[in-house]
Design a protein around this ligand. Structure first.
Ligand code: FMN
Length: 237
């Protein structure tokens, strides 16, 4: 327990020091509420992509854009939610796929992460220090067919899990629109939109949605309402 608290204090100290978290989302988890952390971060995002490709009815939005919902998420013991069967980000990814008709793809590493929270934080920190690119299990079929990539991940040590960098570097994102969402326990968006845009200069990364993991896990109606609002603001639905 002492280690958990130490880790989270370090996390929030790092985020505060480097200024990655937004002021409103930088509240320690104990003071966060379901409504104040499930925030739509930007309202003026627009996805006006058009596509003549209608080969898959299920993954084409009303705007005509073919959508991939690619996410990383970890089940097991986690901060603030106990031990869960389904990760917080996965819950959101499934809702987003359901709402958009997008194709769901889980980013999974060949070597799974420990289900113990403490052990996982150690592995994740080491990977971040090493700037690692963990090997991924599977590839997306026909990646080129998608116009819009909705990208989901938890915040790990004030950043995306390193496996997301492997994912971003595995495909040609030229001309694609990337709409990120994340779950976190206080760091908010943590500057990840900028990091995605830097990793993908040939794509357009829009500012995304940050939801507290505990809210996604335990207040699904509220989470779904937030997602619907966000998708509508981005003209996805
Ligand atoms: C390795 C690790 C590092 C984390 N680092 C942060 C962090 O820097 N900031 C934060 O707000 N939450 C942090 N968290 C909490 C997760 O972002 C949060 O629990 C998230 O909802 C987990 O999503 P998942 O269940 O989809 O994996 C961390 C969790 C883990 C396991």
């Amino acid at each position: 327990m002492k280690k958990v608290i130490t880790v989270m204090i370090m996390v929030f100290s790092i985020v505060t020091l480097v200024g990655c978290g937004s002021a409103t989302n930088n509240t320690p988890p104990a003071e966060s509420s379901a409504t104040d952390t499930a925030t739509v971060q930007k309202t003026e995002n627009r996805i006006l992509k058009d596509s003549s490709d209608s080969s898959s009815e299920n993954s084409t939005s009303d705007s005509g854009s073919k959508i991939l919902v690619a996410y990383f998420s970890r089940a097991g013991e986690n901060y603030n939610v106990g031990t869960v069967e389904k990760g917080n980000t996965q819950i959101m990814a499934e809702m987003i796929a359901e709402e958009t008709g997008g194709t769901l793809f889980k980013v999974e590493t060949v070597t799974p992460y420990p289900s113990s929270y403490d052990e996982c934080t150690d592995v994740a920190k080491q990977e971040q220090n090493d700037n690692a690119r963990p090997e991924l299990k599977e590839a997306v079929d026909d990646f080129d067919d998608y116009d819009t990539i909705i990208l989901g991940f938890p915040i790990w040590w004030g950043d995306m899990p390193m496996a997301m960098y492997t994912f971003l570097e595995s495909y040609d994102f030229s001309g694609k629109t990337v709409l990120p969402f994340n779950t976190h326990e206080g760091s908010g968006e943590a500057g990840t939109t900028g990091k995605i845009q830097s990793a993908l200069p040939q794509a357009t990364a829009l500012e995304g949605l940050a939801v507290q993991g505990k809210t996604a896990q335990e207040d699904r109606n509220d989470t779904m309402t937030t997602i619907q609002k966000w998708l509508s603001q981005n003209e996805i639905n």
